[in-house]
Design a protein around this ligand. Structure first.
Ligand code: PLP
Length: 486
């Protein structure tokens, strides 16, 4: 290599041309395009920083062993696209318009495929997805759909699906559901960004969130420009004192099965929360993410049923069918309905029609209830298997949040702490596991996250067949023991 790029505004001498070499070994026909793509990537990734001066086309062609025409063409193309800039007599340099993508590890797909045991919560058993029934519904649906059904949908969602959902949610979750107030969305996630955006347009810049709680809430509302105020829990639900003092007028809450502690919000606290919302003229956002699964008694009805004008209710099929379907619903109070529907319209012109019609059919035919019953049976068995395995391998463990949902909380005896050491042992043994601390926001004063020094695990079980649960707990116990004996 004889050339090196120089950055006139900073330290000179960025020898980055090696990263173009793989493009040069592309077949002759594809070499030009490969060179252009390699240059684009180098700029996008920040390896060629803005201002970096490129070698002359003659020098670079000589260095890479390609024709000068190929390099000239690449420079011209990328200059036209805005990646590079050039000036008469001034050569070619990297433009400032492109910003390197910021990469941050997303915890959206936390399954670690190479973990020997994986108790990370959040996913149902995807092998229980009813492929045959879904496939049959899909085929018959396509045969029935009229051409005009394939036009842009009502931004609230297909009337047929909203009617089916109103029946389903009234029956199963005790909500007050008027099909006119239902908006079909792509999951609780989109429901949150829609609401965040509506609040932002109303000048509201912060919502309260539960601490510990789902990291998704902060990310989603934050993406709409609405910050989150972490608020502690007590043993009845969100603690009222800190909520009242916080000054927020909206609270995101998971009353059926608090995420992640598994606490069910008490009847008294529900009444207090609603009273608070009325006093501040605010709203409660009920995230009913796993409200369908309750094992030891009838499901706790949704908060929305107590005051549909103060509670925005959101749910989805992510825990009952599959998160990849991206299908959910929002029940909105009258005061927000127009703004939410308008925001949904400007966001994507409505939810995909085939998915909506398919799910409507699935609900109407009782297939969805069948699926919920099937999952309910499987998950209850798995919960019991996990509880028994913990009692055998981690005697003295206290379990909470076990009455519902897809995960439970296990307080291990103090001898397994401190937490960092326990997690290091698990990681070394290939066990993917989360502690409650991982779901703490930065708030101080909450006591629901457990005593200092102990290990409080959030164990997802729904995605694991019983044999894998038993083997996983055994592995966890061996790792904990080996660590202690060494
Ligand atoms: C508590 C909670 N709410 C909402 C979501 C997002 O749900 P959806 O897939 O319906 O967008 C998640 C995702 O894991 C979650 O954990």
């Amino acid at each position: 290599m004889t050339s090196s790029g120089t950055n006139p505004g900073g330290p000179a001498g960025v020898a980055a041309w090696e990263l173009l070499l793989p493009a040069v070994s592309a077949p002759a026909r594809a070499r030009g395009r490969a060179l252009q793509e390699a240059l684009r990537q180098a700029v996008r990734s920040g390896r060629l920083a803005p201002g970096t001066r490129l070698p002359s086309s003659r020098d670079l062609a000589a260095d890479l062993g390609v024709s000068r025409g190929l390099v000239t063409e690449a420079y011209e193309q990328l200059t036209a696209e805005g990646y590079l800039r050039s000036g008469r007599g001034a050569g070619t340099w990297v433009g400032g318009a492109v910003r390197a993508a910021r990469t941050r590890a997303l915890d959206l797909a936390p399954r670690s495929l190479d973990a020997r045991a994986d108790f990370v919560p959040g996913t149902p058993d995807l092998s229980l997805f009813p492929r045959a029934a879904w496939g049959a519904a899909h085929r018959s649906l396509l045969a029935d759909l009229a051409h005009h059904d394939l036009g842009y949908p009502d931004p609230r969602g297909l009337p047929r699906l909203r009617t089916a959902l109103a029946g389903l949610l009234t029956r199963r979750r005790g909500v007050v559901a008027d099909p006119e107030r239902i908006v079909v969305v792509s999951g609780v996630a989109q429901a949150s960004t829609l609401l965040g955006s509506v609040l932002h347009a109303r000048g509201i810049r912060a919502v309260g969130v539960e601490d510990p709680g789902s990291p998704q809430h902060g990310d989603l509302y934050g993406s709409a420009g609405v910050g989150t105020v972490p608020l502690p829990l007590d043993d009845e639900g969100p603690a009222m004192g800190p909520l009242r003092r916080s000054g927020v007028r909206a609270l995101v809450t998971t009353p059926a099965h608090q995420f992640p502690t598994g606490l069910a919000c008490s009847a008294r606290r529900r009444a207090e929360l609603l009273d608070w919302a009325r006093r501040v003229d605010g709203f409660l956002f009920e995230d009913d993410y796993d409200g369908d699964f309750r094992y030891d008694r009838a499901p706790v009805g949704a908060l929305q049923g107590l005051d549909p004008e103060r509670v925005v209710y959101a749910g989805s099929v992510s825990k009952s069918l599959a998160p990849g379907l991206r299908l959910g619903w929002l029940l909105v109070p009258e005061a927000l309905a127009g703004e939410v529907v308008e925001r949904k319209r400007t966001m994507d012109l409505g939810h995909p029609i085939v998915d909506q019609a398919l799910f409507a059919r699935f609900v109407e035919r009782g297939d969805y209830d069948r699926q919920l019953r099937r999952c309910q049976r499987a998950y209850r068995e798995r919960r019991d298997v996990l509880a028994a395995a913990l009692a055998e391998h981690f005697p003295g463990t206290r379990l909470t949040g076990i009455a519902a949902g897809l995960h439970l909380i296990a307080d291990l005896p103090a001898r397994h702490g401190p937490e960092e050491r326990f997690l290091a042992r698990m990681s070394a043994a290939g066990v993917a596991v989360r502690t409650l601390t991982a779901y703490r926001h930065t708030c101080v004063g909450g006591d629901a996250a457990g005593g200092e020094g102990g290990v409080r695990l959030v164990l997802g079980y729904a995605h694991l067949p019983p044999a894998r649960i038993r083997a996983g707990v055994r592995l966890m116990a061996e790792a904990a023991r080996d660590g202690r004996s060494s």
